[in-house]
Structure formats: C-alpha cells, structure tokens
Design a protein around this ligand. Structure first.
Ligand code: BGC
Length: 749
C-alpha cells in the first residue's frame, strides 16, 4: 500500500467526523469525540506536537492506581485542590505519539506558527484518525499530514505516520518523535513511577510501574524516516530518562516529502507476566509486517465488527453519521479478550469519573454487545463474576446477605465511590450513591438474563451466571423488609433519579429487584433440571438450600410496586407526590444543572428528576405493564425530568418511539446525539464521551424505533420509524443467527 492510500479516508461522509480549523475552547471535547479506541486502549485525538489547549492521554483499559494521599496533595495548588485522592483512577499511560519539528530555532506547531488550514478526520469505518494541516512561520509554509490508529486486529499495536512537505522553503529540519513516560493525571497526580527507558537490540523500550505496584507496563517503539526517493534516512534513537526519542535532522526541499513511520507495542503485567519481553517481541513482529499490512488487518477487523453492528438509515445522512458515531465508540469501549476490565462512564476517552465502572455498563452499553458481539458481552459479565468476592464483602459490611455490587467499581470490584464532591455552585455535596444506590445489583441480574435469553449460552449460566444470580437474589431477599401489611419494602435507597436520596420503595429498584428474584428462582429450577451435579456443587458451595429460591419468589410477589390502579401512574418512591411541584420550563433557556440553579437541598424538596427513573423501569421491563401504564407514566414524568444526566435523553427517545410519539422520540434522540457532538453548548465530551448515552442511542434505535422485543422464545419487531429516514436496516444476533425482519428490513447476515 502506498502512503497516499494510507491517508485515504472513506469517500462517504456518513462514516466521518471532520473537525476543521482550530478552536482551543472546543479542543478538549474534540479530542474525546475523535479518540481512537480498540477496547484495550484509548488515545485522545490531541494534536501530536501539543499545544496549550491540548489534553493528550492514552488509557489502557483496567489499569488503575490510587496514589497515597500525600503524593496527591503534593500536586495541589491553591487554584486546583486535589480532593479525590486516594480514589483509584484510570492511569494515563505514556504518550506514544509526540512530535517535535524544529527549523532554525523555531518550533513548527500551533502555538508558534500561523495555522493556514487544518482538518482532522476520524474515519469511523476504518478506525483511523487522519490530520492534514498547513503552517506558516518566518515566511516558510509547511504542509503536513498524519495518520494514527490503535489496531483492532492486534490491540497492543499503535501506529503513527507523519508526512512533512515544505511548500516554499529549503533548510535543515529536525524531526523528533517521542514516547513520553513523564505523564500525570488531572491535578498533576503521578501514577507511573520507576520509569526506565532503554535500548534493546535496535529497539527502544520504556517500562514503568504504578505507585501501588499492581501493574507494570512496557511500551516498545521503532521508527523510520523515509525521504521522497523512498530511502530511509539515518537518525538517532535514544533512551533518555523517562523518554524514548527518535530524531533526524534532514535537508528539506520545496515539494519533497519526508515520511515518519512509527510503531509502538504495549503490554502490561495484566496481559503477561513479562510485559517488556512481550512488547519487544510484538514490536519485532509489527515491524516485520509493516504499517501497510497492519493498517489493512486493522481495517478488516473494523469491517468485521461493522458487518455485525452497522445500522443503516438510508435517507437521513446526519442521523446515519450520529448513529455510526455511537456505534464506533461502543465497539471501541470494551475488549472481548479481557474478563477483568469493563468500560468506565467515559470509556477510554477522558478522565471524568476516573474510569470508574457504573450501571452504565450493564444497562446502557451492554445490550449493544449482546446483539452484535456476544463474546464482549460475556467478558463484561465475567468482569462482574470476578468481582463477586468484593460484592459479597460489601453486602456483609452493610449487614446483608449475598452480593451487593459496587456503585463505582475499578479493577477489584471494591466500591470506590468518592464520599463528597464540590459542585459547580461550590457547595460540598456528600455523595451517598456508594452506600444507597443499590439497584446496580439488580441491573447486573438483568444483564445476565438479557444475555442468556439472546444467546442461549447455557455454559456461561452454569459456570458463572447462576452463581451471580443466586447471590444477587439473596441480597435482595435480605434487603427487603416485610411489614405488618404483609408487603415487602426496600427502604433508604437512591434510584436512578439521584436528586432524591434515602427514599423508600423506589419503583425502579423494587421492580428490578423483583425481576432479579424471579429470574434467580427460575434459574435454580432450570439448573436442578438441566445439570443436577452443577446444582449440587454450586448449592453446596453457597450453602443454598432447595427452599431458599422458593422464598425469593415470595418476596418478589409481595414487593410494593407503587402503582395507582385508577390512574396507571407509578409513584417514583414513597411520598414523591407530596414533594413540591416545579415547572421546569420556567427555567429555560437553561445552561446549568438544576442542583446549581436551585441549590442542592431546595432541589431535593421538589419533584424535579435528574433522569429517567420510572420511565427507565418501563423501558427495561416493557412486558410488566399494559400500554396505558406506559403512557400515563411517560406523560407524568417527562415534564418533571431535567435530563441533567446524559443517561436520560436516549431512554426518553426509546419510550417515546415505543409509544409512537415520533416527534418526541426524534427530539430526544437528537438531544442524546448532541451530548458529545455539539461542542458549542450543554454537556460536552471534554472529560470523555458519554458511553451510556451512546449505548442508549443504540437502544432507542433498536428497542424504540425498531421496536424489537425479546421474549423467552423469540425476538419480535413492532417498528415506529420516521418516514423521512427511508429504509432502515438493523442487524441483530439472536442465538447465533443474524435476525431479519421484513418490517424493519433487517439486513441479511
Ligand atoms: C448519573 C448516573 C451515572 C453516572 C455515570 C451520574 O450523573 O446520575 O446514573 O451512572 O453519572 O455516568
């Protein structure tokens, strides 16, 4: 493949995110939106030579570290307090694609030169980032372009190509590419220590470990510079402190190119006990293959994933592009080969939420994998299986049985929810989600059930799923209290609507707990019938008597549901309708969240919701209530919902579409798409893309507009598609087959 072809992007703009020019105030959002992701690593799309507006970062999935509080505080300044330490966070890995260009003492970069033009293109089809730009400085005009990708074929391989062409000058140009281990997380927190760079048989190698010593990582690097005659130019390779440097000084001529080709391979002790040796061996193999071959294999890997995932919308180009944006980041957020990592709330694209794993994974992101790439769905469930010991410990600590999963989780599954935060109004808000937002345990049971129904992966249920379901059911049985009225109640919780804390009988929590209890009971019966010996061994290991599951259904049947049979309205929690009504429209146009507008305490005394709650429950459990209940609750809660969480809009799109209200559905879908793609207002992707909102977009399309519903024996469709979209084609995997439906024109597999 020629270099020209390497820089090619898809000719169909519906596969592209194009960012023209340079807008420092939007740069943080752009870097996340255009990030390269392959489930193993995520690379923000920062310009390679850096700038005052740049926030470059490379994250490796599952690499977490918490520095000692003193270390963290030493980085604090009066302007920037470090309050989160020692909360574990996703570690910034060495910057592997740094570029320095110098001519006559001038640095060729955005901060020192005039930028004549620039376009960054994320080609979502091939998973590559191409940048083209022209700089002028001291009468010299230079044309540059670069290509970066993180391979989906071999997730450890990172590639960078830069072409430099002086348009109207000649002279001596120094080109330097670096791997920089001197990186810190937000607030200057340094997680990588013992950084050592060395040369090893012509290759450069950087190794480091995290401060807690849990992870060692290694990155090996090779680079070459090719002139316009196709000849390699001799340069310098240096291991220098925490930095790997490849540098060349060349005589350049107008119109004559120099092309830098760089390959890095990275491994950590999470992947291999000898990460340095693996990185070096991997680099040798990558160099032998060459960038063109690696690029082709990478593009093929993306093509295969798109084949199973692409939703085609024939007549609405913008919808098509937004949809592919969601799919691109979903494909790239998780690694099917890693059972010990799960996507954080901002995927691998930013530091917000510190890489922590929330219910966002199981309830928002996970369904996409169930129906397009079951091995990834399985790996995500295995992550919860491996963290079951921590969930058991959390249940015990809070005085319950079974498994209570962490509200915020990292590598160990221990709850790492911070205890307080300073909000935008500079109020100190105690965070109670870690101790009260328990629905996560039911959400995981829901995900297990969804996976099982769609894949019929009985082996997974026998090996891991049943154990999780039983422990989760145990938790809910012990968490529910029986009153004199004979009904069961779940008290002092936070539901999805986090604007109301310590509430009793949150309808979402109760309904999801009921679902978990029922499903666990059915699973016990199934296991007894299907695999008596596994039932024996598992029940013995868990000390589970045959009668215990019978008690679970009893609790499930008697849990209160808050349904008013006359109106069909489900009260969000006990006493919700006694709270002060509020007219959200009267605060429009609004740019801040309602906790900032009203203050935290006054807000909690109103009926204003942060995000879908009862609506969320109905979206997940469509079969539990008739249509009139769905309608009544959508109309009751929609006007009360502030959508201050990015998780809300897509679920409203789903519900509105299901109800056939296409106007609302499209409005909410557009709102969900704007969260990351609109850099000019509202929430932006600065701290990383909102992966739950993107998963919610997929669900709005499939379960809302597409009207897909899974039942025990089949997948049915009742589409509600806007006419303007034209033909819509949705591929869905169902028990190993790609489903087709005439109604939604599901594409042949
Ligand atoms: C939302 C949660 C969500 C978390 C991470 C919060 O603002 O209320 O539902 O899990 O963000 O995305």
């Amino acid at each position: 493949m020629t270099d020209r072809a390497l820089f090619d992007v898809d000719s169909d703009p519906r596969w592209l995110i194009e960012i023209d020019g340079w807008h420092p105030d939007k740069e943080a959002g752009v870097e996340a939106v255009c990030a390269l992701v392959n489930g193993y690593c995520g690379v923000r799309a920062a310009v390679e030579e850096g700038s005052a507006a740049s926030n470059p970062a490379t994250f490796l999935n599952g690499v977490f570290d918490a520095v000692h509080e003193l270390v963290a505080q030493s980085a604090a300044t009066p302007e920037h307090q470090v309050i989160a330490a020692p909360t574990p966070e996703l570690v910034k890995a060495p910057e592997w694609s740094q570029l320095r260009l110098r001519v006559d003492g001038t640095t060729l970069d955005l901060d020192h030169c005039e930028l004549l033009e620039q376009r960054r293109t994320l080609d979502m089809h091939r998973g590559v980032l191409v940048r083209e730009w022209r700089l002028r400085s001291a009468g010299r005009t230079t044309r540059l372009r670069s290509l970066r990708f993180v391979s989906l074929d071999d997730r450890h391989v990172l590639a960078h190509v830069v072409e430099i062409v002086p348009e109207d000058w000649r002279g001596d140009l120094t080109i330097e590419t670096r791997v920089d281990g001197d990186v810190t997380n937000e607030g200057g927190v340094r997680h990588l220590v013992d950084t050592a760079a060395r040369q090893e048989s012509g290759r450069l190698l950087l190794s480091a470990r995290t401060t807690e010593g849990k992870v060692s990582l290694a990155i090996a690097s090779a680079a070459e510079l090719i002139n316009s005659d196709g000849r390699e130019v001799t340069g310098l390779a240096e291991a220098d402190g925490p930095t790997l440097r490849h540098a060349w000084t060349v005589r350049v001529e107008p119109g004559r190119s120099h092309t830098l080709r760089k390959l890095c391979v990275t491994y950590t002790s999470r992947d291999d006990s000898q990460p340095a040796a693996r990185a070096l061996a991997g680099l040798d193999a990558a160099v032998a293959a060459g960038i063109a071959t690696l690029h082709a294999a990478h593009a093929d890997a993306w093509a295969a994933r798109w084949q199973a995932a692409d939703i085609e919308i024939a007549d609405d180009d913008e919808m098509q592009r937004q949809t592919r944006f969601a799919l691109y980041h979903l494909i790239g957020c998780a690694n099917p080969d890693d059972e010990h990592a799960s996507p954080g709330a901002r995927s691998l694209t930013g530091e917000r939420y510190k890489g922590h794993v929330f219910w966002d994974t199981e309830i928002f992101v996970f369904p996409f994998f169930v129906y397009s790439h079951p091995p990834t769905a399985r790996a995500l469930l295995m992550y919860r299986y491996h963290t079951l010991p921590a969930a058991r410990a959390k249940a015990r600590e809070q005085g319950y049985r079974g498994a209570l999963y962490a509200w915020e989780s990292t590598d160990s599954g221990v709850d790492v929810t911070p205890s307080f935060v300073i909000n935008a109004a500079e109020e100190r808000i105690e965070i109670l989600t870690g101790v009260q937002e328990h629905h996560i345990s039911a959400d995981i049971a829901y995900a297990i059930s969804q996976y099982w129904t769609a894949t019929h992966d009985h082996d997974f249920i026998k090996a891991a799923g049943a154990e999780m379901l039983f422990e989760i059911a145990r938790f809910w049985a012990s968490r529910s209290e029986r009153d004199a009225d004979g009904r069961y109640h779940i008290r002092t919780v936070i539901g999805p609507d986090e604007y109301h804390e310590a509430v009793d009988d949150n309808a979402y929590t109760n309904a999801m707990a009921r679902f978990a209890l029922q499903r666990a009971t059915e699973t016990a019966t199934w296991l007894q019938a299907q695999d008596e010996s596994r039932w024996q061994s598992l029940s013995a290991a868990l000390d589970l008597s045959v009668d215990e599951p019978a008690a679970w259904v009893e609790v499930a049947a008697a849990l209160v549901d808050n349904l008013d049979h006359d109106t069909g309205v489900i009260e969000q929690h006990h006493g919700y309708f006694d709270l002060r009504p509020a007219d959200l429209d009267s605060y429009e146009p609004r740019t801040q969240t309602m906790d900032v507008v009203l203050g935290w305490r006054p807000l909690t005394e109103t009926q204003i919701l942060k995000q879908a709650d009862v609506v969320m429950m109905l979206a997940l459990l469509p079969g539990t209530h008739p249509r009139n209940v769905h309608e009544a609750n959508y109309h009751c809660y929609e006007p009360r919902t502030s959508h201050d969480s990015s998780l809300s809009a897509s679920i409203h799109a789903l519900m509105a579409a299901r109800l056939g209200d296409l106007e609302d559905a499209q409005r909410y879908f557009a709102k969900a798409a704007r969260i990351d793609l609109d850099f000019t207002r509202g929430v932006t992707a600065a701290g990383g893309v909102h992966i739950a909102a993107l998963g919610g977009m997929w669900q709005a399309l499939v379960f809302g507009f597409g009207g897909a519903t899974a039942s025990a024996d089949r997948l049915t469709f009742e589409p509600h598609l806007p006419e303007a979209w034209g033909r819509v084609s949705i591929p869905l995997l169902w028990r190993g087959e790609t489903m087709r439906s005439g109604a939604v024109n599901v594409r042949p597999g």
